[in-house]
Design a protein around this ligand. Structure first.
Ligand code: NAD
Ligand code: DAU
Length: 351
């Protein structure tokens, strides 16, 4: 039995990943370490029972004692680090927590992992680790900065993060790289494009637009709406992380993209037409500061070297996603009407 520590497993991608892994590997034990920020929601894991295969631990990745304790109690083989502050707009308003969680938290994880997986040192002083252990850092295409009309991000593209969020993610990537170079820690970094699908917090473009459309509220489109993102269904992302965890060559970075470049306004109009609403709901608002114009991922390395490829077309993925939000109104209405309401209201007052 392998034991996998998932951090940030009560968030959007982490909770989808836990479901995916519990379904696929019935003999794995999954530990979910999450501090439950505004974005962490145990409702995302509804139906998953605590027991032999699953345990939830409320803790902060920046809390060294708490992380150490988990390693003392459990025989962990793999760590997949999703825990992060993930929203770009919030990082523009208040960057500090992004550095604390995304950078310092990652460093704590790396230190504890290194200490606990190390068996001894070789004659040159490099650590020797237990067989079969690995650390995965879930990163983002935003670390590469922005593209013009042409080109795609490759794993070799220099890092040029533009927002406090992406700068914090790039810093974490550099730390993971350093732990591999200096301490030979078995690791991979994955850098993926914009995810969408069930359980995405309704501050992100797609769930926000679906919720607002259903409530006949304005749809705030930043700037001219012609910014381009590559969209990846969260289930395809989960399969990619599974592939990298089991087949990735230690020390390597893998880009993960869905081959689905879309302008924001196209997506907003697709949601409006699918829900039978009027384009009058669209409101062009002040642009995001430092707004990256275009992202595009070249996923040749993971597809050719590891055999992963996305299975969703954007049309199918969006159809299923919109249906999910229609069938799970309670889930997002609960968020919009709770503590999050204050931020949600502030967002409207400012736009
Ligand atoms: P999310 O905001 O939905 O979830 C983040 C989770 O991390 C929450 O459950 C939160 O409670 C937890 N968390 C935050 N700070 C923590 C801390 N200090 N200790 C423990 N837990 C903490 O984020 P998401 O969209 O699921 O993203 C997950 C990861 O994937 C992030 O690292 C993000 O940078 C990366 N990523 C996301 C996307 C995307 O499109 N959503 C794309 C590329 C990369
Ligand atoms: O590219 C990967 C990244 O994708 C992840 O690393 C981040 O964690 C994740 O939040 C996401 O970042 P974005 O900034 O691209 O996602 P967001 O949903 O905030 O915005 C998507 C695009 O839509 C972006 O160009 C800004 C625009 N937008 C967003 C919101 C919330 C609007 O036009 N209006 C809005 O109200």
């Amino acid at each position: 039995m392998k034991t996998l520590l998932v951090t940030g497993g009560a968030g959007f991608i982490g909770s989808n990943f836990i479901r995916y892994m519990l379904d696929k590997y019935t003999d794995y034990r999954i530990l979910n370490l999450d501090v439950l920020t505004y974005a962490g929601n145990l409702e995302n894991l509804k139906g998953i029972e605590e027991g032999k295969n699953y345990r939830f631990i409320k803790a902060n990745i920046s809390d060294r004692n708490a992380v150490e304790k988990i390693f003392e109690e459990e025989n962990i083989d793999y760590v997949v680090n999703f825990a992060a502050e993930s929203h770009v707009d919030r990082s523009i308003e208040d960057p500090e927590i992004f550095i604390k969680t995304n950078v310092m938290g990652t460093q704590v994880l790396l230190d504890v992992v290194k200490k606990n997986w190390m068996l001894g040192k070789d004659e040159t002083g490099y650590p020797i680790y237990r067989e079969g252990v690995k650390y995965i850092q879930v990163s983002t295409d935003e670390v590469y900065g922005a593209l013009g009309k042409e080109g795609m991000f490759k794993e070799t593209t220099p890092l040029a993060p533009n927002s406090p969020y992406s700068a914090s993610k790039a810093s974490a990537d550099m730390l993971v790289r350093a732990y591999n170079e200096t301490f030979k820690l078995p690791m991979n970094v994955t850098r993926c494009s914009n995810n969408y699908g069930p359980y995405q917090f309704p501050e992100k473009l797609i769930p926000l637009m679906i919720a607002n459309c259903l409530n006949d509220k304005q749809l705030p489109v930043y700037g001219d709406g012609m910014q381009i993102r590559d969209w990846l269904h969260v289930k395809d992302h989960c399969a990619a992380i599974d592939t990298v965890l089991h087949k990735g060559i230690s020390g390597q970075v893998y880009n993960v993209g869905g081959n689905n470049e879309k302008a924001n306004i196209e997506i907003v109009k697709l949601i409006i037409s699918t829900l039978g609403k009027s384009e009058d709901l669209i409101k062009y608002v002040k642009d995001r500061l430092g707004h990256d114009r275009r992202y595009a991922i070249d996923n040749t390395k993971i597809t050719t070297e590891l055999g992963w490829k996305p299975s969703y077309t954007f049309e199918q993925g969006m159809k299923e996603t919109i249906e999910w939000y229609l069938n799970n109104k309670d889930w997002w209405e609960n968020i919009i009407s709770g503590e999050y309401k204050k931020y949600y209201k502030k967002m409207y007052e400012e736009k």
